[in-house]
Design a protein around this ligand. Structure first.
Ligand code: FES
Length: 702
C-alpha cells in the first residue's frame, strides 16, 4: 500500500473576537514567559529554600539528635545553673532567652544575643554543643528564605513582597488563564499529563499539569506570605480590624545593687500559670526597665504560632500581664498569626506540611518545564531546509477549520512541491507539526495548509489558531512528499474524510491540471464543517466531486463497499481522513481484493498503543557493537538518546517515517502506521519512535 504521514488540525474562532482574544493571549503568554524567566527565578529560590525547612520540626531531633535529645531527666537543674554553664562556653555575647519543651528527654537551649544557641543537658548542665539560629541545613535554608543576606532587611522583605505579588498575578493567574480550556470536552485532557507526547509538547504538558494542580496551594502560600513580607499588607490587616499592638509591660527598674529575681523563679511561676505549656521561651530583660517575657505554646493551640504570653516584673517577681491565646488575642493579631501559620506549615500537621513541600517542589518542576522549551527554542539551530515565511492570509474555511497561507517576505519563489506533499511548521516553543499542502502544486509563491482545531490538541493546532497572526514569520521546512500520486494510474479515486481533504484537494488540482481521469468523494459531518466547499464548487473539476454530509439525506451518504466494487482494476485509490474512516475504506479495499500497491493512504495520528504489556529488550549498534537496553517504559529513540545517539523524529507516533531505521537482525513489533504490509513483511526496517522488538535484541544499522 502507499505510504502515510501525520497531520494535525485545530479549531478556530471567528471574526474580530478571535483577533482580540488571540492578541491578548499572545501578550499574556509573552508576559508569562518573561516574568517566568525573571521573577520566576526568585520564586524558585523562595520555594526551594522554603521547601528546605518545612519539615524542620519533625527532622530537627533526628538530624541534630546530639544537640536536641538527652537521656531522660526526672530532676532538672535550675535554669540559672544551666544558663551559667552555657555562658561559660559562650562568654562574649549577652544572654537572650532560654527555650525548652516539657518533654523529659529534650535538651535546654540557651540563646545569646548573637543568635547562637548553646544546648545544655538539663540534668547534668553539660554543654552539648553550639549552633546558630541560622546554622545547620535548616537554619541556612531559613536564612536564605528570609533573605537575611540583604543588609537592609526591610528592602529584602519589600523585594519578596513584590515578587510574590507578580507571581500571584502574572505567573499563577496568567498561567491559569492561558491554560483555561475553552469547552468541556477540552477540560479532561487539560487536566492530564500526556507522557506520550513528543519533546517540547510533553514538557509543556508537564508544565500545565503541575501548574494546575499546585496553583491553589501556591496561591494560599503566597497570599499568606504577603503580610509577612509586605509591611503595608500587615498594617492593612491591623487597621481594618482596629488592632493596635499593645505596649509591653515594664518592670520596676532594677536599681544599682538590686538583683533581678532568678529566671528559675520566672519559669516556675510561668509553669504554674500555664500548666498546659508544651514549649516555652523565657526571655531575659534586655533593658533595666524591661520585664521577663515568656512565650508559651499550650496544648490545644490552633497552630504553632498561637502563643500565650506571661510578663513578670524582673525585680519584684510580680506577674504584670498574662495573655492566653484564645481568650486574649485581638482578631487582627489572630489573622496575622494565622497567615504565618498557614504560610509556614505550622498547622494541619504532617499532611499539610507535605502538601506545602510538594507544591514548593512543584515550582522547581515548573521552572524546568517552563525554561527548557524556551531554551530549546532559542538554542535550536534552524534546519538547513527551514524557510522563514510570512503568514500572509488566514481564512475561516468551515467550523473549526482555518486555512493559513504562507509566502516569502521578499516575494521570492518557494521550493516546488508535488500533490500530497506536506511541510513541517515550527510553532510556539519549538513544536514541529506536519501539515499537508492543499493549494495547487502549480503555485510557485505560496504554501497553503488547512488546520482543524482539535479539542484535545497536543498544542500544535491550538497554537496555530490562537497565536499565529497575519504578518508573523514562521519556520517552515521545504515540502516533502510521503503520499505521492502515481501518475501511471489510468484512473484515480480520491476519498477524503473531514480535514483529510487537504492533500486530496491538492491531488484533485494536480489531476485536473494534467487532464487525468479521476473522481473525488468528500465526506464530512455537515455542510458547516466542510472546508473549501466554495473553492471546490467553483473549481474546474467541480463535476468530478461528490459531497457526502453525515447529517444530509440518506441517498447522498457514501456507500464505500459499493464504491470500491466493480471499479476499473487499474484505478488507484487515495484515502485520507480520521482513523475510523480510513480503517473502513482500507478494510473494504482489502475485502474487494484491491492490490496493496494501488491503495495509498495517509493517517492523521498514530494508532492507540497499549503500553501496559511492553517488554524490555536490547538494541545493538552494528557500527560499534554497543548494546543499549530499552526499558519497558522507554522508546528506542529515548534509550538511544540517553546514550548520545540522536535519531531525528517528527511525529513521534509512527506516522511520518522521519525516524525510519534499518534493522539488520531481530524480530520487530511494528506499532507504526507508516510502513505498508509489504514493507513490514520484509522485516528490515522499523520506526524506533514507537515500534519495539519481539526478539530479545535488534541489531540496528547505526
Ligand atoms: S514515525 Fe514519525 S518520528 Fe517515528
Amino acid at each position: 500500500m502507499g505510504k502515510q504521514y501525520p497531520r494535525y488540525g485545530g479549531h478556530l474562532e471567528s471574526g474580530s473576537t478571535f483577533a482580540m482574544k488571540s492578541s491578548f493571549r499572545k501578550k499574556l503568554l509573552w508576559l508569562h514567559t518573561w516574568f517566568g524567566l525573571t521573577v520566576g527565578l526568585v520564586v524558585v529560590f523562595l520555594a526551594l529554600t522554603g521547601a528546605g525547612f518545612v519539615l524542620q520540626p519533625q527532622l530537627d531531633d533526628i538530624v541534630y539528635r546530639d544537640l536536641h535529645v538527652v537521656p531522660k531527666c526526672a530532676a532538672p537543674r535550675a535554669l540559672d545553673e544551666l544558663a551559667a554553664s552555657a555562658r561559660a562556653v559562650h562568654p562574649l555575647a549577652a544572654l537572650h532567652s532560654i527555650e525548652m519543651t516539657t518533654e523529659d528527654t529534650a535538651s535546654v537551649a540557651v540563646m545569646f544575643s548573637d543568635k547562637d544557641y548553646v544546648y545544655v543537658d538539663p540534668c547534668s548542665a553539660r554543654v552539648l554543643g553550639v549552633q546558630n539560629q541560622y546554622g545547620g541545613f535548616f537554619g541556612v535554608m531559613d536564612w536564605l528564605h528570609r533573605a537575611r543576606f540583604f543588609t537592609d532587611l526591610a528592602l529584602g522583605r519589600t523585594v519578596a513582597g513584590w515578587v510574590s505579588t507578580l507571581f500571584l498575578v502574572i505567573l499563577i493567574g496568567g498561567g491559569i488563564a492561558l491554560w483555561w480550556p475553552r469547552n468541556r470536552q477540552a477540560l479532561k485532557p487539560a487536566l492530564k499529563f500526556n507522557p506520550r507526547l513528543p519533546g517540547t509538547a510533553r514538557t509543556l504538558s508537564l508544565h500545565k499539569f503541575v501548574g494546575v494542580y499546585t496553583a491553589l496551594v501556591l496561591v494560599v502560600i503566597t497570599v499568606t506570605g504577603l503580610p509577612i513580607g509586605f509591611e503595608p499588607v500587615k498594617n492593612l490587616i491591623y487597621s481594618a480590624t482596629g488592632y493596635v499592638p499593645p505596649e509591653k509591660p515594664k518592670s520596676k527598674a532594677a536599681a544599682e545593687g538590686v538583683k533581678r529575681v532568678p529566671i528559675e523563679t520566672f519559669w516556675r511561676k510561668t509553669r504554674e500559670l500555664f500548666p498546659e505549656a508544651e514549649w516555652v521561651s523565657l526571655r531575659y530583660p534586655a533593658k533595666p526597665e524591661a520585664a521577663y517575657e515568656a512565650e508559651i505554646l499550650e496544648n490545644g493551640r490552633p497552630h504553632s504560632i498561637a502563643k500565650s504570653y506571661h510578663y513578670m516584673d524582673a525585680v519584684t517577681g510580680e506577674t504584670l500581664k498574662r495573655e492566653h491565646y484564645y481568650a486574649d488575642q485581638h482578631i487582627g493579631r489572630k489573622i496575622y498569626l494565622y497567615c504565618i501559620a498557614i504560610h509556614a506549615g505550622m498547622m494541619g500537621g504532617l499532611p499539610y506540611q507535605l502538601l506545602l513541600l510538594l507544591a514548593s517542589l512543584g515550582v522547581g518542576v515548573q521552572a524546568y518545564s517552563g525554561f527548557s522549551p524556551y531554551l530549546r527554542r532559542k538554542l535550536r539551530k534552524p534546519a538547513r531546509t527551514d524557510l522563514a515565511l510570512n503568514l500572509v492570509k488566514r481564512t475561516v474555511e468551515a467550523e473549526d477549520i482555518c486555512s493559513f497561507e504562507f509566502a516569502d517576505p521578499q516575494g521570492k519563489m518557494l521550493p516546488p512541491f508535488s500533490a500530497g506533499s506536506h511541510i513541517d511548521v515550527t510553532i510556539g516553543d519549538g513544536m514541529v507539526r506536519q501539515y499537508s499542502l492543499c493549494n495547487d502544486p502549480q503555485d510557485t509563491h505560496r504554501y497553503v495548509i488547512g488546520v482543524l482545531r482539535h479539542a484535545d490538541s497536543r498544542g500544535g493546532s491550538r497554537a496555530l489558531h490562537d497565536d499565529l497572526n497575519v504578518g508573523d514569520i514562521v519556520a517552515i521546512s521545504a515540502p516533502k512528499n510521503h503520499f505521492p500520486l502515481d501518475h501511471t494510474a489510468k484512473r484515480s479515486l480520491l476519498l477524503a474524510g473531514g480535514i483529510g481533504v487537504t492533500p486530496i484537494l491538492c491531488m484533485a488540482e494536480r489531476l485536473a491540471n494534467t487532464g487525468a481521469d479521476f473522481t473525488m468523494h468528500y465526506c464530512t459531518r455537515s455542510v458547516e464543517r466542510t472546508a473549501f466547499l466554495d473553492r471546490i464548487r467553483r473549481s474546474s473539476f467541480a463535476q468530478r466531486v461528490s459531497f457526502h454530509f453525515g447529517d444530509g439525506p440518506a441517498e447522498q451518504l457514501i456507500d464505500i463497499p459499493a464504491l470500491l466494487d466493480g471499479t476499473d482494476p487499474d484505478t488507484h485509490l487515495y484515502v485520507c481522513g480520521p482513523s475510523g474512516f480510513m480503517d473502513l475504506v482500507i478494510a473494504a479495499a482489502r475485502q474487494k481484493a484491491w492490490p496493496d500497491a494501488q491503495v495509498h493512504r495517509e493517517y492523521f495520528s498514530g494508532a492507540v498503543q497499549d503500553s501496559e504489556n511492553n517488554v524490555a529488550f536490547d538494541v545493538k549498534l552494528a557500527s560499534t557493537g554497543k548494546i543499549i537496553h530499552v526499558a519497558k517504559e522507554k522508546t528506542v529513540v529515548a534509550a538511544l538518546a540517553e546514550s548520545g545517539i540522536e535519531i531525528p523524529t517528527s511525529c513521534a507516533e509512527g506516522v511520518c517515517g522521519t525516524c525510519l531505521t534499518r534493522v539488520l537482525d531481530g524480530e520487530m513489533e511494528h506499532r507504526d502506521r507508516f510502513l505498508t504490509a509489504e514493507e513490514r513483511d520484509r522485516n528490515d526496517q522499523f520506526t524506533p519512535c514507537c515500534s519495539r522488538a519481539r526478539s530479545p535484541m535488534l541489531v540496528l544499522d547505526l
